[in-house]
Design a protein around this ligand. Sequence first.
Ligand SMILES: Cc1cc2nc3c(=O)[nH]c(=O)nc-3n(C[C@H](O)[C@H](O)[C@H](O)COP(=O)(O)OP(=O)(O)OC[C@H]3O[C@@H](n4cnc5c(N)ncnc54)[C@H](O)[C@@H]3O)c2cc1C
Ligand code: FES
Length: 313
Amino acid sequence: MLEFFPPICYTYVWRFEASVFLQMLPYITKGKVFSMYKILKRRQLNENVVLMEVDAPFIAKKALAGQFIILRVDEKGERIPLTISDYDREKGTITIIFQIVGQTTMLLSQLKEGDALLDFVGPLGKATDFEGAKKVCVIGGGVGNAIAYPSAKQLFNEGVEVDVIAGFRNKDIVILEDEFKKASTNFYITTDDGSYGEKGFVTNKLQSLIDAGNKYDLVVAIGPVPMMKFVCEVTRPYGIKTLVSLNPIMIDGTGMCGGCRVNVGGEIKFACVDGPDFDGHLVNFDELMKRNSTYKEKEAHDREHCRLYKAEQ
Ligand SMILES: Cc1cc2nc3c(=O)[nH]c(=O)nc-3n(C[C@H](O)[C@H](O)[C@H](O)COP(=O)(O)OP(=O)(O)OC[C@H]3O[C@@H](n4cnc5c(N)ncnc54)[C@H](O)[C@@H]3O)c2cc1C
Ligand code: FES
């Protein structure tokens, strides 16, 4: 047979052997030796928020503020999107900062320096468009500050005047204070309970800065959906362009599954390829909140399972 159809048969044998080898690879290497995505640094920023610096030179080469990665911890893991919080092109590293909210972030938080991630895909999404901005107010809420930080840093490094308002529930969960101070013209912290910085919400501080005569040509707001919605209500009467970063459920992150669809100005957009940044004055936040709560019960079940599993270890 081989004599009659040599090229076809050799190709078949080669492909078969290659596919067997690829299937065996995770077992041979225990998923570690060939993985590029080694965790080089792990820092606990507060009880529920972790920073990780990951070795990912190809992503670091291209990453820009506003973009994200999708990772998988292991073969059985779910794919979750996390924003590129920082990058170092020379070292070839990507920094992610995540809040432990459910099963995957809980598993991720248990990894140590030297461990590796199975998948780490990016940079995904569009980079934030800061075109022509001269005076910008960057607003972060909770872990949203980790997503807001690269915008402040990029704008500040480009010589733009940047006021940052970082909002938290209380003093214990404040993150990135030193980093923001180095990446802003003026830096303000607000806490809901007044235990640090100014008492109140980020929207109160934004209103007082506008009342004091600050003329922003752009506001960037990133945090919980209700926070972004109310920031947009503050800026709307003044016509200040307001960018928000949306966080719908994402699956493939490449525009194919439709899981991340959002309603912007009455049009359906896919946050993974058309965003995740959008004009906040056009976003239907109520629809987004409704869609994001679709899997609440299943997520609570998985979270509980993960906690019990952790307790057994
Ligand atoms: C573009 C983008 C960037 C993000 N960047 C960050 C970040 O930098 N730091 C951070 O802490 N979080 C970020 N998130 C949210 C993060 O993806 C979720 O917290 C994470 O997926 C939760 O997974 P879990 O299994 O731990 O929790 P689960 O219990 O499964 O879910 C908890 C909540 O997380 C959200 N979520 C769950 N699965 C997904 C998914 N596949 N896609 C999107 N949201 C999901 C849902 O709102 C859900 O209610 C981002 C989300 C998006 C869409
Ligand atoms: S995540 Fe599938 S289309 Fe955006």
